[in-house]
Design a protein around this ligand. Structure first.
Ligand code: FES
Length: 137
């Protein structure tokens, strides 16, 4: 599915540090590197930042909050991304193994304008890659 790209809309310079912890790095990147430190900009979603950096988080609906395959845990910096909408909250409940910090990566738009409040830490669960097949619709 084509992803709505950050080039399609305005976003800030990539100055917000984001750490991705990948439970299945091979499935998502084809490498064994579990920790990825990258940069994101205001207005970009965590999904866009991941994809732009070669971390292929599943996004079956193309990033329009119509599936739950981009489910991740925002372990730090929840206040640096947009609050979950009701639609997102409904969707995320369909994901397996939800936690209090569960979010849909495509809906987590970065709201921080600079890095003064620290960075964002995101964990991508191992089953992310297979979520489409595992979730009955
Ligand atoms: S990609 Fe479908 S909800 Fe995020």
């Amino acid at each position: 599915m084509h992803l709505k790209r950050s080039d399609d809309h305005h976003h800030g310079p990539p100055i917000i540090p984001i750490t991705f912890h990948l439970e299945d790095p091979e499935g998502l990147t084809g490498t064994t590197q579990k920790e990825w430190k990258v940069m994101g900009g205001e207005g970009e979603s965590l999904l866009e930042v991941a994809i732009d950096n070669g971390i292929n988080i599943e996004h079956a609906c193309g990033g329009v909050c119509a599936c739950s395959t981009c489910h991740v845990y925002v372990e730090r910096g929840m206040d640096l991304v947009a609050e979950a909408s009701e639609a997102e909250e409904d969707r995320v409940e369909e994901a397996p193994a939800i936690r209090r910090d569960s979010r849909l990566a495509c809906q987590c738009e970065i709201t921080a304008k600079d890095a003064s409040r620290g960075g964002i830490v995101v964990r991508v669960p191992a089953w992310n890659r297979n979520a489409v097949k595992e979730i009955p619709h």
